[in-house]
Design a protein around this ligand. Sequence first.
Ligand SMILES: *Cc1c(COP(=O)(O)O)cnc(C)c1O
Length: 434
Amino acid sequence: MKYYSTNKKVENVSLQEAVVKGLAEDKGLFMQEQIPQLDKQFFEHIDEFSFQEIAFEVAKALFGDDVETESLKQIVFETLNFDVPLVAVENNIYSLELFHGPTLAFKDVGARFMSRLLGYFIKKQGLKDVNVLVATSGDTGSAVANGFLGVEGIKVFVLYPKDKVSKIQECQFTTLGKNITALEIDGTFDDCQRLVKTAFLDADLNKKLQLTSANSINVARFLPQSFYYFYAYAQLKKMGKDLDDIVICVPSGNFGNITAGLIAKKMGLPVKRFIAANNKNDIFLHYLQTGVYSPRASVATIANAMDVGDPSNFARVLDLYGHSHAAITAEIEGCSYVDEEISDWVKKCFSSNGYLLDPHGACGFGALKDLLKENEIGIFLETAHPAKFKDTIDRILDADIEIPEKLQAFMKGEKLSIPLSAEFSDFKQFLMSI
Ligand SMILES: *Cc1c(COP(=O)(O)O)cnc(C)c1O
């Protein structure tokens, strides 16, 4: 399968090139030439299979031309060595719990898959000394750093905005050492993202270093996220639920997660519509309402992993729907919540259902409460464990929520990070010196 750039100004490339390059030279995002279709049979029997088996079928359709079957199976099975349970929260509303991986956020799926796929290409094609650059608003850094920790031939540089990620998040990528370097940027997440994007387009850096991105611009990060949409459907089917009116709500920042869902739908997954839940950074909602996309500087919220002012994967959403605003609004709804509203959803859901949300999942839950129709079944993606945002949740609920052992283990290490300004010249100088 070849991959084209959404800007269509460069030649199509192989999966390996798309993964290693991250971003196309014309600054476009890579998309696969064809979206494979899964047959009816697959959906009829989907409830008889495990998460790993379902994901493997989807992976074969997506990557089967480019990765040997046995290796692909190993990559998928190793990536998904944890469950993604669908949990009933209240009448007709389900939470797809994506936080049971090693760093307790959904990004573990894409990051673990990508690290293994890159490892496969390194071994098979003799690639070496690959430098992975990743900008994080909190959860990407930890998932990518942990996914790549100790992988030979790969160095990872995590750029994160100073004082804008939670303490627990910071521990997850600043305490690892080995092949992981954390860079504390004096700026916002958008600055971090800009530095990474500029680095890919810089001739000097590309001459000296093999650079790639582990942000959701990378196809190996975002496409595997389609796996769990199929598994959510399988679990509903297993529960004997009506499968005609499924609405999936995705708390969205850079729009990689929801784009993977849109692709799952194009592969045949019966989803009636999607809802993109935003926090105050609601550029996408504004686009849905007006047809005009006007990126703006991000503002800090309590759902910080969604503090994105210019979502990278918006280009993919446009591309998937042929740039038609009408086609996009027919399949995707939007909504946004300010911090006070997010806090209220956390409180309401806890008091009426005893279910603890994180601030991102709270946007998803809230959107379903506001937009779900009577006959519909709503699934929101619970994108991170609430304890990753302990300070916020404790404050909202006036509680002292428990930190899972997995998270506590990260907090014991020593923080090691290199402070840098948000100027590209500083970042470039640093990279030239490694
Ligand atoms: C990254 C992240 C999001 C946003 O996902 P996108 O793919 O960037 O839209 C939402 N919630 C949490 C907890 C995240 O870490």
